[in-house]
Design a protein around this ligand. Structure first.
Ligand code: IMP
Ligand code: MG
Length: 181
């Protein structure tokens, strides 16, 4: 069960940690299969990606390099502003490289669409997106991730990296947050 249910901010556990790990194993296999003979750059979108990224890289068998970006889109609320901002850019020269963006959740789609377009201007060979969660009902712009581990309903989620006002990232499961009164 884990300690989420003793957290009074949590309504229910949506995806248990064991299930998350199984989903992440499949994502690693997808990378091994699709990037065999290549050396992709795995760019994590901080900070939500941390547990997903951390688990994923220990399961990938092919060689790859790592980098990160800090992109803010929420500004401490539970509604996306729709205007992402690149707070910290990558260090890697990605020209002619295969890039895989690692995201925690695609909701409205603004953040990932913006980052993908931004990185595409740096002349990579390819840019693909892997997301742990896809909240398709929340979509405001047209965007389809290349790989998703789980589809989720349009509810506000916390845990396994996802935050509410920077808290709850440490919960081991993906949980539905209680409605804020
Ligand atoms: P989008 O630009 O609307 O797709 O928002 C994507 C970003 O918003 C994600 O990278 C998350 O950081 C955050 N986000 C979206 N949905 C949730 C949620 O249910 N809980 C916590 N953060 C979320
Ligand atoms: Mg994020």
């Amino acid at each position: 069960m884990g300690f989420c249910m003793t957290d009074d901010r949590v309504e229910e556990i949506l995806i248990h940690n064991d299930e998350l790990k199984k989903g992440i194993e499949k994502a690693a296999s997808w990378i091994d299969k699709n990037y065999f003979g290549k050396e992709p750059v795995l760019i994590g979108l901080l900070k939500g990606c941390i547990p997903f990224y951390g688990h994923l890289i220990t399961l990938i068998k092919i060689d790859f390099t790592t980098d990160f970006m800090v992109v803010s889109s929420y500004k401490g609320t539970n509604k996306s502003s729709g205007k992402p901002e690149i707070v910290t850019d990558i260090y890697t020269d990605i020209s002619d490289k295969d890039v895989i963006l690692i995201e925690d959740i695609v909701d409205g789609g603004y953040t990932i669409k913006y980052v993908k377009e931004y990185l595409s201007k740096k002349n990579p060979k390819s840019v693909k997106v892997i997301t742990l969660l896809d909240k398709k009902e929340g979509r405001k712009v047209e965007f389809e991730p290349d790989y998703k581990c789980f589809d989720v309903a349009d509810k506000f989620l916390v845990g396994f990296g996802l935050d509410y006002q920077e808290k709850c990232r440490n919960l081991p499961h993906i949980c539905v947050m209680k409605k804020i009164k």
